[in-house]
Design a protein around this ligand. Structure first.
Ligand code: NAI
Length: 731
């Protein structure tokens, strides 16, 4: 567990957990840590202690197995005293060793994250190997937790509140150089040997090192009653100046939806006013409140486990050998094609970027040139790297150049006939093993595959705009798409380091279909006389990244119009009878207000000023006498999306709720605190969700109607993520 050795009167404790790829915090490592530290402290020959690792990373944080157990546990049933004992145990020993009278150095080789960096914070000095792959940070807040082994107390005491608090709230990770600049570490070393040598030198020079928040009184190391925090204490005018706007900013960003951020602020505010021994107890108490809150479980389930699984290509058919994609052809060098070319070349693959003219294809390549130039000016990309990436992109107007491509990604205009034409033109040059993927946003894949000679090798590869920033790729299986085509496509998505979800064919697939309900419900509310600003505020207060009207403008109202017209043609539902249809029709046909793109939509976009909700809305749709409460409006916007996702699952568009959760957060920003759209339903409680949908359906229309299966789930106390609920508990 820990390799113990003594050199030059210095004990070296090197973490080396057997059976674990990385060193992690769990009961075994706790016992080993205490044993080895006690031994080193008790040995009179040992004058100082170095904590390092034998693995290629220092220490990774909490044990995943432990976190999985946490997901299934009802923490509210654990007696408070027991919960506190468990929560406080690392805090307690870290405090014991930092005040034990022997100097401690953390020698950080590789990642020091979460609990790993908290071990380093317990030490009196921190040295890290200068390696850009190494990351240092306290990412707990990103999964709804707080650093619970002293991180919220030692970090701001070390670097001050101004730098420390945002670092804690955002859960950022930094490389060793940035860590040195911020004061997270004290020194850089070239390699392991140099680091150990530097650690020994420091220990010899600082035999009586203590933490700055401690002092020696009557020969004992004790916590200072008053510690001067760098940059100002909470009680100082400077500190108050930081804390007040900081709290306001935190509320503005979290809208009260993220208990971890609030708990971190409380830990800092309360903890920094008391001596360290008390401060860590405050932290441990707040940690327990987070364990009892569903948000942490939701975020861990989706943003940790599910995301990790998806990023490893978990949906890839296991029986198919790994493919070797070297050359990718991209048809259409417009907005999407240009972005796909960039991420593909960045993934190390050769790209043939084809458009109708060489000039258009070159214009598409300019997108990569611009992004790389920007990267170079920020020092993030070297000139050699930029040259290499650009060298991988060949532009052309000749389909013959697509010969030898392993994968084609089609991103020409959204037009069925054109897509059929380019499919046939391209397939003439492709090997039998090549896969043809369409980036269509709306056209069913099975229909498009009819133009193909090899529909089994035809698949949907749906990117999101802007391609270089958006992390998700929605892979769509047509009726005839083979497992081989899926495997190759997932291999490709892995190479470009994006997250794939796999769905079955349907109108709007999964993401566009559910996201569309958010915009249309918001617009529909305006049509009913709900205040547009209330609609927008309800969206962002619920945790959506932007309001319904705002995002409808950004995506383009005429695009929504086209989608609705297509549904009218294909399904026979008149546009006026679709939710929000009458408004969208009016805005496009009569008013020519298309959104941000022509600078007039639901918002007005003045030439030199900030956009604002157009007064036209109140003229066209006078305010109703009674307005819904913000809670009712929030519920309406979130439930509407969620019931659509439930239908996608029941219709087999989604293969499982986990993909639905990951996709909802990554594709259209469904509030991360919910853990995604199905975790949201579980969090509300299926029975309560059904009852609320019934109310919404009675008031606003049958699109809210719960499905029979959902009613059955409510009756049986079932949930989407397998945690049984009692019907009474959720009703
Ligand atoms: P765009 O209009 O920016 O680009 C289309 C490009 O295709 C143009 O450069 C055009 O010259 C080229 N093109 C037309 N005929 C061609 C041919 N025969 N051979 C090669 N190139 C040809 O369109 P955009 O926005 O890039 O969309 C492309 C596809 O991606 C569409 O199917 C769209 O529905 C889909 N999509 C768009 C998203 C968006 O946010 N814009 C998001 C996801 C998918």
């Amino acid at each position: 567990m820990i390799d113990y050795s003594i050199e030059d009167n210095i004990a070296i404790l090197a973490w080396n957990m057997e059976g674990y790829p990385q060193n992690v915090m769990n009961d075994h490592s706790y016992t080993a840590f205490v044993e080895n530290m006690d031994k080193a402290i008790a040995d009179p020959e040992v004058k100082g202690i170095i904590i390092t690792s034998k693995k290629d990373s220092f220490f990774a944080g909490a044990d995943l197995k432990m976190m999985r157990e946490m997901l299934g546990k009802d923490h509210s049933q654990v007696p408070v005293a027991e919960a506190f004992k468990e929560s406080f145990k690392w805090n307690e020993v870290f405090r014991k060793y930092e005040t034990a009278g022997k100097p401690l150095v953390a020698a950080i080789n590789g990642h020091a994250l979460g609990g790993g960096y908290e071990i380093a914070l317990m030490c009196h000095y921190r040295i890290a190997i200068n390696d850009s792959k190494t990351q240092i940070g306290l990412p707990e807040a990103q999964i709804g937790l707080l650093p619970g082994a002293g991180g919220t107390q030692r970090l701001p005491r070390l670097v001050g509140m101004e730098a420390g608090v945002p670092f804690l709230l955002e859960g950022k990770k930094v490389d060793p150089q940035a860590a040195l600049k911020m004061g997270l570490i004290n020194e850089l070393a070239a390699d392991q040997d140099a680091m150990i040598a530097a650690a020994k030198t420091w220990l010899k020079a600082n035999p009586n090192a203590i933490q700055p928040w401690d002092e020696v009184k009557k020969g004992q190391i004790v916590a200072r009653t008053f510690y001067k925090v760098p940059g100002g204490n909470i009680q100082s005018p400077k500190g108050a100046q930081l804390m007040l706007p900081g709290t306001a900013l935190m509320w503005d960003k979290s809208k009260g939806n993220y208990p971890a951020q609030l708990a971190i602020m409380n830990c800092v505010y309360e903890g920094l006013q008391v001596p360290m021994d008390k401060a860590i107890k405050i932290e441990s108490r707040y940690f327990i409140t987070l364990l009892n809150n569903p948000v942490a479980k939701n975020m861990i389930r989706t943003l940790f486990f599910a995301l990790q699984e998806a990023n490893k290509g978990g949906a890839r058919p296991k029986n198919i050998e790994k493919t070797n994609i070297q050359k990718v052809g991209i048809l259409g060098a417009g907005l999407m094609g240009a972005g796909v070319a960039y991420v593909t070349a960045l993934g190390g693959m050769q790209v043939v970027l084809k458009d109708v003219t060489l000039e258009s294809a070159e214009k598409g390549k300019d997108y990569s040139r611009d992004l790389l130039k920007k990267g170079m000016s920020r020092g993030k990309v070297t000139a050699e790297k930029a040259e290499k990436v650009l060298g991988l992109i060949q532009t052309t107007a000749d389909a013959k150049d697509l010969e030898g491509c392993d994968l084609i990604i089609e991103a020409v205009f959204e037009n069925r006939e054109l897509k059929a034409k380019v499919t046939q033109e391209t397939e003439a040059f492709l090997a039998d093993t090549a896969v043809f993927g369409s980036n269509t946003s709306t056209l069913p894949i099975t229909g498009l595959a009819e133009a193909s000679k090899r529909p089994d090798n035809f698949i949907g590869i749906h990117f999101f705009s802007p391609v270089d920033k958006m992390p998700l790729v929605e892979i769509i299986m047509g009726e005839k798409t083979s497992e081989y085509a899926l495997a190759l496509t997932i291999d490709y998505v892995m190479k470009i380091r994006k997250t794939p979800i796999v769905v079955n064919d349907s109108r709007g697939f999964y993401t566009s279909r559910c996201f569309g309900t958010y915009t249309s419900e918001g617009i529909q509310m305006v049509a009913e006389g709900v205040s547009p600003s209330l609609v927008e505020r309800a969206g962002t207060m619920a945790g959506m990244p932007v309001g319904s009207l705002d995002v409808a403008d950004a995506v383009a109202i005429d695009l929504a119009y086209k989608v609705m017209k297509q549904a009218e043609a294909d399904l026979g539902v008149k546009i006026e009878d679709q939710p929000s249809g009458a408004v969208v029709k009016k805005f496009v046909e009569e008013l020519e207000r298309f959104g941000k793109k022509n600078k007039k939509g639901f918002y007005d976009y003045p030439e030199n000023g900030k956009k604002y909700l157009s007064p036209l809305l109140n003229e066209l749709y006078p305010l109703a006498e009674t307005q819904p409460t913000i809670e009712e409006a929030k519920k309406r916007l979130l439930h509407r999306q969620a019931i659509e996702a439930v239908r996608c699952l029941e219709e087999g568009v989604l293969r499982n709720p986990t993909d639905g959760d990951v996709g909802s957060i990554l594709a259209w920003g469904f509030p991360p605190y919910t853990g995604g759209i199905f975790s949201y339903v579980d969090m509300v409680g299926v029975a309560k969700f059904v009852a609320e949908l019934d109310e919404l359906a009675a008031k606003y229309g049958e699109r809210f109607q719960p499905t029979d299966r959902l009613r059955e789930m409510a009756k049986n106390g079932e949930t989407f993520h397998g945690v049984k609920q009692t019907a009474e508990a959720t009703a």
